[in-house]
Design a protein around this ligand. Structure first.
Ligand code: SF4
Length: 415
């Protein structure tokens, strides 16, 4: 059984990895305990957005690598611990039965060697599935430079896997994470995707990463602009079929001349998440969202910034505009756009209809007409009005229990 010291060290060391939101898995319970199927892997978030329903733990924090931004780096003097596979399995089962967790997010420092670490991670997930009968959601970390044979074997038992890119360019990796390079991180993702396609095509028995792959990038530890980050994310979504890219604002936990003294900035991280959302669900291309200086506006959300610099396309008439154009209107989210397209087949839409469809009219009204009516401001006043709204919206922390219209829109992705 795992002792308290080991548990404290390994959970504490795992807290800077944010790439663990769930789920997307379609693997159903086949007779054991737990369920990784969609809502079967319940998760909740603390007010600052952290996922809390998975047991998030490292197998080891005793790393042979020396990434400069990382608390667990080899040269950092901190208490070290390594758990056994049975330690982790026992913990997961105990916590699951007590209803503390619905699943597991298992990561690890590179302990002894990449292959040794990957083998141990594989052993945990294999044991959980085969010996302990655990069918809950499991997200496991991929270890760069581990053999693909071990990685593929692990993928047969996990719902999701993530190789963390951490830094968006080869030069920054060389400087801050010298034991890693882009190939050791991107190649396994591509190979896993290919293996999954083969697994499906051959209709093999079992599962192979049903919830796909994710990755994480640290924002602000290195000098790359938002353009480099967004283009990389877009490539990962399009070429490697990634489910999510997580952005983690840099937190200065260690002093090093090569690292910034200040944190990366939560607003920048937020803007990247908004832009990422637009890439995945709103039909935007990274190039459209990036201003000439390659950094997303902090003043306006990326969709609003795009609309303000393309006022020649507005206002659009909601009764006629194609779905692709509705999706580009600030204040009309993906769901509202679908509702508009469905409803206008039967009726001529007015602002009253739009309000009922949860369109955020205080933003959208400047960019639309409904049955010919326009209630927006003059073009030269819109920027100031929306800027004031943004400043107000950014001043409050989102809270699940006191949602106003703006907060609800943000949570449901109504950008
Ligand atoms: S490989 Fe790098 S980022 Fe991962 S635990 Fe080791 S030092 Fe930290």
């Amino acid at each position: 059984m795992i002792d308290e010291r080991t548990l404290t060290i390994l959970t504490e060391s795992a807290k800077y990895d944010v790439s663990c939101s769930s789920s997307g898995s379609d693997r159903r319970n086949e007779g054991g305990i737990g369920n990784g199927y969609a809502s079967g892997c319940c998760h909740s978030f603390t007010p600052d957005g952290r996922c809390i329903s998975l047991l998030k733990i490292l197998l080891s924090n005793d790393c042979i690598y020396n990434c400069k931004y990382c608390l667990n780096r080899r040269d950092n003097d901190l208490p070290r611990a390594t758990a056994t596979a049975d330690d982790i399995c026992g913990l997961v089962m105990d916590f699951y039965k007590r209803n503390y967790i619905e699943g597991l997010f298992l990561s690890s420092a590179v302990h002894i060697s990449p292959n040794h670490t990957m083998e141990q991670l594989c052993l945990v997930v294999k044991k959980l599935r085969e010996e302990y009968g655990f069918h809950g959601y499991i997200h496991v970390k991929g270890i760069p430079r581990a053999d693909m044979e071990i990685v593929n074997r692990t993928a047969l038992f996990a719902d999701r896997m993530s190789f963390n890119i951490e830094l968006p360019s080869e030069s920054s990796l060389k400087l801050l994470a010298p034991q890693k390079d882009k190939e050791s991180l991107l190649l396994p993702m591509a190979k896993l995707q290919r293996e999954k396609a083969v697994f499906r095509a051959e209709k093999r028995k079992g599962h192979f990463l049903p919830a796909g792959q994710t990755t994480q990038m640290i924002v602000g530890a290195s000098p790359e602009k938002d353009g480099s980050i967004l283009r990389l994310s877009q490539g990962l979504y399009r070429k490697n079929g990634l489910k999510r890219v997580y952005y983690s604002s840099y937190v200065p936990v260690l002093h090093d001349a090569l690292l910034p003294e200040v944190a990366g900035g939560a607003l920048r991280e937020h803007r990247l998440y908004q832009a990422d959302w637009l890439l995945r669900f709103y039909g935007f291309d990274a190039e459209e969202l990036l201003p000439p200086d390659e950094d997303l506006s902090l003043e306006f959300d990326p969709k609003c910034a795009w609309a303000l610099s393309h006022m020649e396309h507005f206002p659009v008439e909601v009764n006629r505009a194609p779905l692709e154009m509705l999706l580009r209107v600030p204040g009309i989210g993906a769901r509202s756009a679908q509702r508009i397209c469905a409803a206008r087949r039967y009726t001529r839409l007015t602002f009253e209809h739009l309000k009922k469809m949860r369109v955020v009219l205080k933003r959208a009204k400047h960019f639309i007409t409904a049955s010919g009516k326009f209630y927006g401001a003059a073009e030269n006043a819109i920027r100031g009005l929306l800027s004031a709204q943004e400043a107000h919206a950014n001043a409050t922390q989102l809270d699940l229990f006191s949602m106003n219209e703006t907060a609800l829109s943000a949570l449901t992705g109504e950008l």
